[in-house]
Design a protein around this ligand. Sequence first.
Ligand SMILES: *Cc1c(COP(=O)(O)O)cnc(C)c1O
Length: 374
Amino acid sequence: MKRNILLNPGPATTTDTVKMAQVVPDICPREKEFASMMKQMRKDLVRIVHGNPEQYTAVLFCGSGTLNLDVCINSLLPADKKILVVNNGAYSARAVEICEYYGLPHINLKFPVDELPKIPEIEKVLQENPEIAMVYTTHNETGTGILNPVREIGALAHRYGAIFVVDTTSTFAMRPIDIEADNIDFCMASAQKGLMSMTGLSWVVGKTQVIQESATYPKRSYYCNLYLQYDFFEKTGEMHFTPPVQTVYATRQAIEEYFAEGEMEKWARHTAVFEAIHKGLSKLGFRDMIKREWQAGLVVAVKYPADVNWDFEKVHDYCYARGFTIYPGKIADQNTFRLCALGAITPKDIEDFFVVLEEALITFGVQIPVCYEE
Ligand SMILES: *Cc1c(COP(=O)(O)O)cnc(C)c1O
């Protein structure tokens, strides 16, 4: 099969064995065989973040990663309580939009997208608003690649009696997470990112006791209620509604490959890919959006050069035709593109990519090293 190198922020490049794992005999997902596979998968997902199985559980859903944001926000807020969103990027802004859509009381604590949230400001808001029952943030803001200090934010949330929900979609199964040590009550991901599987399966990993308590919280969604899905899994071993059958098979294979590669070995590979990206970029003179020491090690947001011949679409199409996918994005009012270290790729793939990128720049007459105004 043709191997494409996806440098976009997910879906990620997959192995052929994961692709092929989808090709299975037809099966009704209500069969015991299928339920037992999901049962094991729920345990494995808790294990990936080192959760104690007595205290943490995983609940699977059919949908893309945003579904998890929706599920946690609409399901885990008690009546008359408030959500504090620590917001320094597009994914936390999405959580704010979800609060708005459900009409939930919330505080949108905004920080600049290229800066870390300020812990004392978060504490001040918690002090002044004792009705905050949930603190929410994003681990790696995938638009910028900034890593948020979740352990510190989580410790604050707990000190003020709130639960801590973190969008870990772009770190789960890549950058090591220890759910308890990181003070996380709920985290989440979807199959097509860190696990390098297919789109269509997502999950929340969190405190079983809190999910059980949420049985009495206001119900704001039917399809996307965490307690309902959890309860159905516990009683029947199945998803409430039809699961993405083939994606579940692919994900089972991807989890096997995850444990075979090893948590630290996989993280070391992503880190080597990330460093190869930086090396290639600095050789061509490109500049990052975010301070290097604040980057999560998985996404590099690169500023567009100030060159009349720079045309992202043309460069993209040139690379795409040669098997490399790069991804545009606007951060505040700055045009950027992203190169990501997700997926089943190696530093050699990145070296090959930079040969193609340099060719593209030469072909379109973009000056090397690339230039910037300041
Ligand atoms: C990819 C991603 C999501 C989910 O996006 P979908 O398009 O719904 O899969 C959510 N949060 C973060 C941080 C992500 O990187």
